[in-house]
Design a protein around this ligand. Structure first.
Ligand SMILES: Nc1ncnc2c1ncn2[C@@H]1O[C@H](COP(=O)(O)OP(=O)(O)O)[C@@H](O)[C@H]1O
Ligand SMILES: N[C@@H](CCC(=O)OP(=O)(O)O)C(=O)O
Length: 259
């Protein structure tokens, strides 16, 4: 299989324990293993990782996610360092290093800044031992914390970087037709997001901020930019390499032709 440019988005809901609002080291280890496998297979991988706010809850002794923006920003400032520490030590076991990029939407929209971000991303990828991990600069980016746009951010990164595939790893196995009937499994392939958006409900995981509607909008944007998208469960990180090969339980959104 030819090497691909892959963006993996890890949502807050899959980086944290199911029973407590704190990072789950086992889960993080499995996700990092999947990244290392893809790297070893010759693919270029960029991770867009949520989890800054969630990672700040325990050190600052919060039992649940607060709602006021300034406290969320404070949590993100503390949590982001914990998150990066975890990535650095887990990636080191695979001979890899984490490269942290904290960005705001403006970094992609401003015509002077955007080429710099792309240049540094391309340069980082040339180092085969480096895995760029991107998050919104939450401590100053209010809009991110209010709207939970890491889905949108990952879609922007994927388009901007010219990724072949964007995988949104989340707490659901893909897009379900009916959330009350998870046994039916996710819709396997979606050609037109507009035709399935009504399946997305407002409900989301305890620590997630985006939700399924945000994911589908992000997917729509990426697909139109020529990026194949996949929504899959991040609780089954072992299937990530096979998702790239066209298998696995997920919802696939084939790329539209690049214009
Ligand atoms: N049709 C649907 N199929 C699957 N999940 C859905 C659907 N509609 C809403 N959801 C919700 O979307 C959630 C995933 O979004 P979110 O909690 O924001 O995750 P993340 O933290 O990974 O971004 C699921 O846990 C589920 O509650
Ligand atoms: N940048 C925030 C992201 C919050 C967010 O977007 O969460 P998610 O809905 O899990 O993608 C953080 O790191 O906490």
């Amino acid at each position: 299989m030819s090497p691909k440019r892959i963006v993996l988005k890890f949502g807050s809901g899959i980086l944290t324990r199911k029973d407590a609002p704190e990072p789950d080291p086992v889960q993080l280890r499995k996700l990092v293993e999947a990244v290392a496998l893809l790297r070893r297979a010759g693919h270029s991988v960029v991770v867009v990782s949520s989890g800054a706010v969630a990672s700040g809850l325990k050190p600052l002794e919060f039992k649940q996610r607060p709602t006021d923006v300034t406290t969320l920003q404070a949590l993100a400032a503390v949590g982001q360092t914990h998150l990066m520490h975890a990535y650095e030590s887990l990636l080191r076991d695979h001979g890899l290093h984490v490269a942290q990029l904290l960005v705001t939407h403006e970094d992609f929209e401003n015509e002077d800044r955007a080429p710099r971000v792309k240049a540094v991303l391309d340069r980082l990828i040339e180092f085969t031992q480096v895995v760029p991990v991107i998050n919104e600069n939450d401590s100053v980016a209010i809009e991110e914390l209010r709207y939970g746009d890491n889905d949108k951010l990952s879609s922007r990164v994927a388009r901007f970087w010219g990724a072949d595939v964007l995988i949104l790893l989340t707490s659901a196995p893909g897009l379900l037709r009916d959330m009350k009937k998870p046994e039916e499994g996710p819709i396997p392939v979606v050609a037109d997001v507009d035709e399935v958006i009504h399946h997305a409900e407002e409900e989301k995981s305890a620590l997630g901020t985006g939700g399924m509607i945000s994911k589908l909008r992000a997917v729509q944007d990426a697909v139109h930019g020529g990026v194949e998208c996949i929504i899959a469960s991040g609780r089954h990180a072992e299937q990530i390499p096979s998702l790239i090969d066209g298998h696995g339980i997920c919802t696939r959104f084939p790329a539209a032709a690049r214009s």
